[in-house]
Design a protein around this ligand. Structure first.
Ligand code: BGC
Length: 822
């Protein structure tokens, strides 16, 4: 039995990095003095948003109003447009700390240009299942990689005098039922998998703010979870910044106050003066608690200089060239080449570019959305780089047939009959009946007609269509809230529930001369109301002609903000029509490259073999098309590596049977009852789970191809004192072009009193080399690299004994290994 020794001090009180902003005693004293001068009302006012993205100032005391903005991949608020960076998952796929720091610095610049003091990012929730709608904002499945990227990002943001907010604390690993689902996770798993990125944000990066999540953790809402917010965050990790709620994630006045939550956003509901004063009068909370919260807010503002300067920096342009270059450079390093059969890439000869995502830049949906000043789509960039590029945009591939729809089968009047109801269920006699030439309405927060309600209304449109030839119609519908398309009495697609804007797309085959009764149903529950439905007939002649002429095809496809985003989970598979279309393309021209937009893994089983090359572009930001084109043409060797494992089939995922019961009843967000998501796989999620279960993922963690080749050699392991080990090895570019490779270092505990993963990532280094050149890489692993969390001792420990250290360029390709005793 190995001896144990403890790392409590090392992990709980690690000092912050030299360049991290620190909240000092002097800042706290100044804050305390301000608090002493405040009335109770003034103090309570500090605890809730003034508007959704601002906090109250106090003119009398010289405290300015503070502005907040999303986060995490660009500035969403306080200006209509901003640089759209690649999503967090792509930032993690760069495996490049310098890029992460630059990403953060540029976000900090953009914040200063707009006068924003608090940036609501980064998001660091761990990728547990590909279905989580917000995976795209986060940093993958591995706590070490996520921590390294997130800490650099935070330090970058904060170096510009902007407070970063690490979110969503904690275990917000599904979007389904996010207000009511309890993530039930054991203590060890929290400390080893779901907490590290938050802990290091606090202890290494000195993050100024933390945002609680919507979900419950082990049965208690995060915003009122005292163990989480006080015992762990404040007392164990030493956090002394601002703890804020997510937007409407507070559920109690007394419990949230007592748990340690400082700030309720977007406006005070439970932290309203009446409620706080009531709780004070009842003695259920104390004024010291209120003082402490205001002190957290003010001392953080003071430490970041927000009380001593105007936050808006007029010298930084809103559309900043430096930020645009950061977006481009990040995209260049994080796009992952998954497959390149027959070395079909780089492209040769005449290329046909098409697909729903070729002419635009896709992004995940929700609060992470950013409206950029400009975008560079793949088609534009490729055309600029190669003369031999032909683009078949969606608008040419599908011609609109809406104008061929009649109100009924007499075909006497064009358009749809629209029936509008003042209730949500299309009940009774419609209040308005009229002819609509198209279904394309953006009512937003307004009522559709003067005497209509703004919320809780519904509509149905009916039309008749008789095609003059056989063909395929693409139906695309997006809406907020429920919608469905019914053809000849059968529902063909829809998202019939209360939700934010979402999109569905299908292909529907029609036959010449046959009549089709089309019905589109819609309802608005609350908030914004939008519905758009288009019908496009595929121009098969043009498609076939262009396919025959092309030497190779680039099809840009995958998810978009309506299919993957905040507030809902997504399917594993990309839409069925896309899968079918990929197979159709490959059958007509086998030289097919698929450029895929997704925030995580997808089901490749029905189309992966059809594509010779697959480039996983994630959501690559406004300059993404340029980076993709550089890779497709061979100007740049791809160097992104997967920050996730991609399973061959859904049931291979270690959390498959404990994500949540994935059926329609449970998937509905309507019920308010608390549901439990039990993290049964414990610490064995991602590659830790595949290794334990002996299942090989289709694409393993850390994997990614390039156009060059690298060789690893000469591993040496040297004790460096105080349980540190210096790992050194040589990496050589044996291929023909300049390229970057990510050296990955995994640690195996060969003998342990507790079950441990077969290996865990504990170090990495991205190295750029000219062909034929080599470099010696040295990485020091500290105690933490060898430790695990012992739940009996409530602490991280290292059990002395032998450890294996493996080095390579993917979790399943580790050519070097050596053993060392600690
Ligand atoms: C999201 C947060 C976001 C906030 C403000 C919430 O819905 O969960 O991540 O920062 O909205 O937009």
């Amino acid at each position: 039995m190995k001896l144990k020794f403890f790392l409590c001090a090392a992990l709980a009180f690690a000092s912050t990095c030299a360049n991290a902003v620190e909240i000092t005693d002097a800042h706290r004293q100044r804050a305390r003095k301000l608090v002493e001068q405040m009335t109770l009302d003034e103090k309570i006012r500090c605890l809730g948003g003034k508007t959704s993205f601002s906090l109250w100032g106090n003119e009398r005391l010289g405290i300015p109003e503070i502005w907040l903005a999303d986060g995490p991949q660009g500035l969403r608020n306080h200006a209509p447009h901003s640089t759209l960076y690649p999503a967090g998952i792509l930032a993690a796929a760069t495996w490049n700390r310098d890029i992460a720091a630059r990403y953060g610095e540029s976000l900090g610049d953009d914040a200063r240009a707009r006068g924003v003091g608090i940036l609501l990012g980064p998001g660091v929730n761990i990728y547990r299942s590909p279905l989580c709608g917000r995976n795209y904002e986060y940093m993958g499945e591995d706590p070490y990689l996520a921590s390294e990227i997130a800490t650099e990002y935070i330090k970058g943001v904060q170096s510009k005098g902007v407070i970063a907010t690490v979110k969503h604390f904690a275990a917000n690993n599904q979007e389904w039922s996010r207000h009511h689902a309890s993530s039930d996770v054991d203590e060890r798993t929290l400390h080893e998998i779901y907490f590290p990125a938050f802990r290091k944000a606090v202890q290494v990066a000195g993050v100024g703010a933390v945002m609680n999540s919507y979900n419950l953790l082990n049965g208690v809402h995060a915003t009122q979870n005292r163990w989480l917010n006080t015992d762990i965050l404040r007392n164990l990790w030493g956090f002394n910044g601002i703890l804020m709620s997510d937007w409407t994630s507070v559920y109690s006045t007394v419990n949230a106050t007592a748990s340690g939550l400082d700030l309720e956003m977007p406006k005070p509901v439970f932290y309203k003066p009446e409620k706080i004063k009531d709780a004070l009068a009842n003695g259920r909370i104390t004024e010291e608690m209120i003082n402490g919260k205001v002190e957290h807010l003010l001392s953080t503002f003071i430490a970041f200089g927000l009380l001593d300067r105007v936050q808006k920096d007029p010298d930084i342009p809103l559309d900043y060239e430096k930020s645009r270059l950061t977006a481009l450079e990040t995209a260049r390093e994080g796009i992952v080449l998954l497959k390149n059969k027959d070395n079909i890439l780089p492209l040769k000869g005449r290329t046909l570019v098409l697909g729903p995502n070729c002419d635009t830049i896709m992004s995940g949906g929700g609060s992470g959305s950013v409206s950029p000043f400009s975008v560079t789509p793949v088609s534009k960039a490729l055309r600029q780089m190669r003369k031999n590029t032909v683009v078949l945009p969606e608008s040419r591939l599908y011609y609109d047939i809406t104008s061929d729809v009649f109100t009924d089968s007499t075909c006497s009047r064009k358009g749809f009959t629209g029936r509008y109801y003042k209730n949500q269920k299309m009940e009774g006699t419609p209040a308005v009946v009229r002819t609509d030439s198209a279904i394309n309405f953006f009512w937003e927060y307004k009522a559709p007609f003067p005497d209509f309600p703004e919320d809780h209304f519904s509509a149905t449109w009916s039309g008749f269509y008789r095609p003059s030839k056989d063909g395929i119609i693409k139906i695309r519908i997006s809406g907020d809230d429920g919608y469905r398309v019914i053809i000849n009495g059968k529902t063909v697609t829809g998202d019939w529930g209360n939700h934010a804007l979402s999109t569905r797309e299908i292909e529907y085959e029609v036959s010449e001369g046959k009549g089709y009764d089309i019905r589109v149903d819609y309802f608005d529950n609350i908030s914004s109301a939008n519905i758009i439905c288009t019908f496009g007939m595929m121009d098969e002649e043009t498609l076939n002609r262009e396919l025959r002429r092309a030497d190779n095809i680039v099809y840009c496809t995958g998810f978009n903000s309506g299919l993957e985003g905040e507030g809902f989970d997504r399917p594993f598979a990309i839409p069925a029509f896309q899968e079918k279309f990929i197979n159709r393309l490959a059958s007509l021209n086998p030289n097919l490259t698929v450029v895929l937009n997704a925030g995580g893994g997808v089901d490749f089983s029905r189309w992966g073999d059809a594509a010779k090359a697959i480039l996983l572009a994630w959501y690559p930001g406004q300059e993404g098309g340029q980076a993709i084109a550089e890779i497709l043409t061979g100007k740049l060797s791809p160097s992104g590596k997967l920050p996730i494992s991609i399973e061959a089939k859904p049931e291979d995922n270690p959390c498959f049977d404990s994500y949540y019961a994935n059926n329609d009843k449970v998937r509905s967000n309507d019920s308010r009852e608390c549901r439990h998501v039990e993290y049964k796989e414990g610490i064995f999620s991602g590659y830790r789970g595949y290794d334990r279960n002996g299942v090989r993922p289709l694409y393993p963690f850390g994997f990614g191809l390039g156009y060059s080749r690298f060789e690893f050699s000469d591993l040496t392991l040297t004790p460096a004192g105080n349980d540190k080990v210096e790992v050194s090895f040589t990496i050589r570019n044996t291929g023909k072009m300049e390229a970057s490779e990510v050296a990955q270092i995994y640690v195996t505990d060969n003998e342990c009193s507790q079950p441990r993963p077969l290996k865990e990532l504990k170090g990495f280094e991205k190295v750029k080399l000219q062909p034929g050149k080599s470099q010696r890489v040295n990485v020091v692993l500290d105690k933490e690299a060898f430790s695990f969390y012992n739940p009996d001792l409530h602490d991280f420990v290292v059990e002395p004994g032998s450890f294996t250290i493996s080095v390579g360029n993917s979790s399943d390709n580790l050519p070097l290994s050596g053993m060392i005793d600690l």
